[in-house]
Design a protein around this ligand. Structure first.
Ligand code: SF4
Length: 382
């Protein structure tokens, strides 16, 4: 059966605001980690080549149908993009360059897993134009990594950072997870210190959420693991803030810390509700038509994506009010906040009274408490 795109996806694409940001989803993983609810698949390596062909078809069609400006960011996410053979990623980058103009100082990021990163791949990524790596370290504590069922360890993470520096990467981000069952405050502090010792330009620290449908959730339901108490999770976050700030990093978003000038440009495009074209299975795109927005998403399963005729599964239109509400909600993830759009005075007054935001001239910004309790901001605004 050929899956077809909904009629609305074919309409007025060329009249959208121009896209300057491109996301590419590569869904392959060597195995499925116990906590993972991303659109990622193990044991599907046989689909890699047909998938890459479909991806190139989608990119070719997007370049014809939509208006793209020079790309300011390209982001390869997954899944495990580093699993791809180096020459395949190089070819994909060459195809992107042939279809789109890339801005001179564009940020080109690739998510790399230490277990599938080596010198040859790093050289191919560099040569292809990748200039930023987001390394999925997640932790250095063997017990926490075992609970997450990550098949990497601290030694691999250290080796990856060393090889990446040798290959010339000057912009590295490390992902870490806290609030893992059995993780202690001391082991989390030690993890932060080991991460800081590696000298990354950027760190993303996420609180573990145990999502239904994951292996970890089944283990939780069977009583084989215990979720971390929210008070304890709060202490982990405080530790994060004190250690990273003490080491000279600035928290610029709910879960992101960086050296000045190394804030993730691609992620900021999401938080600022800029148009982002997402290619690949399950990828989401966000386009602007004046004050209105439209979000659409591709078929999630790689097999469906490959065999579909138009790649898109479905989407939704956001009227100006809904689009503005999302802009506030996402903009208040960033310390810099945003210029508040009109029409949300009572919601913003409520947030001011709760101490979750502050107002300076015409800008609205989250307080530290607002960053920590961002879900309350989202509830009030949406
Ligand atoms: S490597 Fe990442 S995307 Fe792949 S299964 Fe593990 S958590 Fe999920």
């Amino acid at each position: 059966m050929t899956l077809t795109a909904p009629a609305w996806a074919i309409g007025d694409a060329l009249n959208s605001e121009r896209f300057h940001h491109l996301y590419i989803h590569l869904p392959f993983c060597p195995h499925k980690c116990g906590y993972c609810d991303f659109n990622a698949y193990a044991r599907l390596d046989g689909l890699m080549q047909p998938y890459l062909q479909a991806l190139e078809r989608e990119l070719g069609s997007a370049a014809e149908r939509f208006s793209f400006g020079p790309l300011a960011t390209v982001y390869f996410g997954g899944g495990t993009p580093s699993l791809l053979p180096g020459q395949d990623l190089y070819r994909l980058l060459a195809r992107i360059r042939s279809l789109f103009e890339i801005a001179p100082r564009a940020e080109i990021t690739l998510e790399a897993n230490p277990a599938s990163t080596d010198s040859q791949k790093l050289a191919a990524w560099r040569e292809g134009g990748v200039n930023r790596l987001s390394i999925g370290v997640q932790g250095f504590d063997p017990q926490a990594l075992a609970v997450l069922e990550r098949r990497t360890d601290g030694a691999q993470a250290r080796r990856t950072v060393r090889l990446a520096r040798e290959a010339g990467f000057a912009n590295l981000s490390l992902d870490l997870i806290y609030g893992v069952p059995y993780q202690t405050l001391e082991s989390w502090q030690e993890t932060l210190r080991q991460a800081i010792d590696l000298g990354p330009e950027h760190l993303s620290c996420y609180c573990l959420t145990i999502e239904p449908g994951t292996l970890l959730h089944r283990r939780l339901q069977k009583g084989q693991v215990q979720a971390v108490d929210s008070d304890v999770a709060w202490q982990f976050l405080e530790k994060c803030q004190s250690e990273l700030t003490g080491a000279g990093y600035r928290r610029y978003e709910v879960s992101s810390w960086s050296r000045p000038g190394f804030e993730s440009k691609h992620n900021q495009s999401y938080w600022r509700c800029r148009p982002v074209y997402g290619a690949g299975c399950g990828a989401h795109s966000y386009g602007l038509w004046g004050d209105s927005a439209r979000r659409w998403w591709n078929w999630a399963r790689p097999q469906d994506y490959i065999s579909s005729s138009g790649f898109v599964e479905d989407g939704e239109d956001l009227d100006p009010r809904k689009a503005a509400a999302e802009r506030i909600m996402l903009g208040l993830r960033m310390v810099d906040g945003l210029q508040a759009p009109p029409g949300f005075e009572s919601e913003l007054d409520e947030l001011l009274a709760a101490g979750l935001v502050s107002r300076t001239a015409d800008r609205i910004q989250p307080t530290e408490r607002g960053l920590d309790l961002h879900n309350q901001i989202a509830l009030a605004v949406l």
